[in-house]
Write a protein that binds this ligand. Structure first.
Ligand code: HEM
Length: 481
């Protein structure tokens, strides 16, 4: 049938036995034997894996429309109110409306700037917590979880929440675990009853109910306060979505219903929290392992006056810290296989047939280490993005298919500006105000870059570091609340 090459498979499970939780590594390994495009059967689901920049370009640029949708998932369907979120919504008018709400209203550069005070306040709290630890080691990983959760929570919901005394971070972890699980009914439908026996269905249901109750509380809070004195600039994501809904009702246009609002809010949390957190954690881990890069980045931020605000978009600056973040996202993309796409109709890739509904994974992690594009690909070398290391001129906008940590094309990440501004703000402050070193007794773990997988790929061992305050020649006092 001229399908892409495929290794021999087993009945029922297909090729599942070839895959490990670190899917990007299994696929990279398989691509050495089977080439940059091959087909595996995940149970009964056919999936094509791409491992070259040329194939990524063909799938998400040349044949963009053919691969502009996502594969179905029973868990996303339940937790996303019938897949009414943005990230997994099937390509079509609903997705277009929901995505434009994100791009034009929730995550626009203007809105990202408007949340500057939230970022600064939460980062000031982080700095106080680090300072309060004195010479004792701090668990920076745990602190970064706190700061990213709190920033997203305030930006999305207007304030911090503890739904029924529960920790929102823990709730998100549970949602991540459900989303990352392997529901039998999606891959071997006739064994779907196993999900009931193992208690998986009940777990997803509990997670849905826990979030639904919480989101209803958030919506009620916002509806009660509507029409009051909330200035447009202080509006959080829920306010903005409610205004869009009201506008849609007035215009008789596309109505974003109550469930859509809840699904989009959940998306912002799921897509936004761990991605930013993991990038911060890997950035700090790489810097601690590379003292020369740490010194250069630190000196750069200390030379700049912290009280002078730069209005440049992050991507337009070419400073060293930016190069450090790019290099981190090259080596440690939070979604190493991006978010899967699916073929909307029968189509082709590299001359092979791709039947409709085939799932397509792109190994962005392997592509970002391809020696054809990158000199010394396994090395952490931020300078490559400043000069001749093949990275000069490479940006995040999905035009350079050998570097696509945010994906590319019409399903690319709408949260790029939000992420980079937040990551830069946290990193600048951590480096400006403290000198960082691994805690002596946990040095081995801190320097160990073993990966671990839940919804994103993160560092297995936490960053236990000592932070020595920097006071010499400081231009302004450390921000405090
Ligand atoms: C370092 C941070 C982040 C990384 C590396 C990242 C990466 C990605 C990737 C790889 C995709 C899939 C792209 C594709 O299929 O081509 C994606 C989609 C998405 N991201 Fe992000 N993301 C980050 C932060 C955020 C943030 C902060 C938000 C929102 C608050 C966000 C919201 C979304 C949404 C809604 C989608 C789905 C877009 C669609 O399907 O139309 N992301 N992201």
């Amino acid at each position: 049938q001229n399908l892409p090459p495929s290794p021999p498979s087993f009945p029922v499970i297909g090729h599942l036995q070839l895959l490990s939780p670190l899917l990007h590594r299994s696929i990279h390994h398989l691509s050495k034997d089977h080439g940059p495009i091959f087909l595996l059967r995940l149970g009964s689901v056919p999936a094509i894996f791409l491992s070259s920049a040329e194939l990524a370009k063909e799938a998400i640029k040349t044949r963009e429309i053919d691969f502009a949708t996502r594969p179905p998932s029973s868990v996303v369907d339940r937790l996303g109110y019938g897949t009414q979120d943005v990230a997994f919504a099937p390509y079509g008018p609903y997705w277009r409306r929901a995505r434009s709400a994100c791009v034009l209203h929730l995550l626009s550069p203007r809105r990202v700037r408007a949340f500057g005070s939230v970022r600064e306040e939460e980062v000031a709290l982080l700095l106080s917590a680090v300072r309060a630890a004195g010479p004792s080691p701090v668990n920076l990983s745990a602190m970064l979880i706190g700061v990213t959760n709190d920033i997203i929570c305030r930006v999305a919901l207007g304030r911090k929440y503890r739904p029924r005394g529960r920790d929102l971070g823990e709730m998100l972890k549970e949602m991540g675990a459900c989303l990352h699980a392997f529901p039998m009914k999606d891959f071997v439908p006739w064994l779907g009853w196993v999900d009931r026996i193992t208690g998986f269905n009940a777990r997803v249901e509990r997670c849905f109910e826990m979030f639904d109750e919480f989101l209803e509380e958030v919506l009620e809070d916002h509806l009660v306060g509507r029409g009051s004195d909330r200035a447009a600039e202080n509006a959080d994501f829920v306010d903005v979505l409610l205004s869009l809904k009201e506008q849609d009702e007035k215009d008789g246009g596309f109505d974003l219903g109550r469930d859509s609002l809840k699904a989009i809010i959940v998306d912002m949390f799921v897509a936004g929290t761990d991605t930013i957190l993991n990038t911060l954690e890997w950035t700090m881990a790489e810097l601690v392992r590379h003292p020369v890069a740490m010194r250069r980045a630190t000196e750069e931020v200390r030379r700049r006056r912290p009280d002078v605000k730069e209005e440049k978009s992050v991507d337009q600056t070419t400073d060293y810290l930016n190069a450090v973040v790019k290099e981190t996202l090259r080596l440690h993309p939070p979604f190493p296989m991006l978010v899967p796409r699916a073929a909307r109709r029968d189509t082709e890739l590299s001359g092979y047939k791709v039947p409709a509904n085939t799932t397509v994974f792109i190994n962005a992690w392997a592509i970002a280490r391809d020696p054809e594009y990158w000199k010394r690909p396994e090395e952490f070398w931020p300078e490559r993005f400043l000069d001749d290391g093949c990275g000069g001129g490479v940006d995040y906008r999905g035009q350079c298919f050998h570097f696509i940590p945010f994906g590319a094309g019409r399903r690319s990440c709408p949260g790029i500006e939000f992420s980079l501004v937040t990551i830069t703000c946290v990193m600048e402050n951590l480096l400006r105000w403290f000198d960082w070193e691994p805690a002596e007794e946990r040095k081995e773990d801190v320097l160990d870059m073993t990966e671990c997988r839940d919804i994103n790929v993160h560092k297995k061992f936490p960053l236990i570091l000592t932070a020595k305050p920097w006071i010499e020649d400081s231009y302004a006092p450390m921000p405090q609340l």
